[in-house]
Design a protein around this ligand. Sequence first.
Ligand code: CA
Length: 382
Amino acid sequence: MNKLLVMCMVVSCLLAGSGFAVDYYVANQGNDNNDGISYSTAWRTIDKINISSFQPGDSIQFRCGDEWREQLNVSNSGVSGSPITFTSFGTDCNLANRPVLSAYEVITGWSQYSQNIYMASVTSDVKQLFINGLYVKLAQHPDYQHPHDSRFRIVGPDPADPQGKVNYQSAAYIFNTGLAGSLASMCQNNFSSAGIHIKTQNYLIEGREVSGFNPISGRLSLSIPTLNTPKQNFGYYLDNKLCLLDSAGEWYYNPAEQKLYLWLPDNGDPNALDEYNEPVYRIEASIRDYGVRTVPKSYIRIAGTSQYFVSLQEAYDSALHLDSIRSQSEVLAGNIIFDRPVSVTRKGGYDCGYTGKIGDMVLQGNIAVNDGTVTIGGFVLQ
Ligand SMILES: [Ca+2]
């Protein structure tokens, strides 16, 4: 409630202080010491926008053809009929030349690590990786392209393929005698800190971290027990460990070394240049939580609280164990990562006041469940 009051006071002050709307311009060739209010005196960075104040009716215009890889935090509000507008300017603003605001960082400076695997320094935790705009998988086993993968990338109950199969189980560990084979030697019997994703129900995958491995019994211990007891013959996969990076199209990030490891899908050299001396591979890492973030927050809510969020990711990051996040009739773009050891329920189709259940949610981005449990209902996935 205090937050709302403060917010209303801020808006009132802005209205009281607003004289006339101002158009601000941002260009890669600009300068943050400029006043920003003409083409020739444009600002240069998103950071300058983040630390500036805007009033209802103002516009912030980005130069077509330019690109920014910073996080935009919009902290001012427009009012009904007088919004703050983010748009583009320039004479060559066709579809292919629009300004780009990206949360992704281009990764360059690769050195060969071993055969097809290359390594680059990245000082921020890599959450997702894209090669020429296409999503590539975190190193895992069994591999993503494994012939026994289901659409959840889980190896099914196939006796001929024991490596991804749960033989005996409890909520605190699983046994897999298949791990005593080549994979165990590949990882020197060390699976600690690897991610493990276990299918514990027909509709549920629970993500955990491996805390130990017994190479004699094939027992994999979990950092936190799963909520449901894994079923015999249900599948699982391991990920997030360098020794699991053994196939084309896999990557791994070591946060302690701050090194990113990559085996390109076509076995190429990530430093390769084309005939115009341009990079063949545009390798982009998601290292920020948001590309664009706005407050006040409006249409996503954690049930039982007065908190509203503008993005599902932000709501999830604030959710407590067993919370239910609700929203209705919205299309959410962007990628979402569930990476906390909590169990969260996403309920689409509910409005924030819970007065009725209408209007499913649409999720358009990639969804990665790296830890914890997420139960989703009332959503359309695209
Ligand atoms: Ca692999």
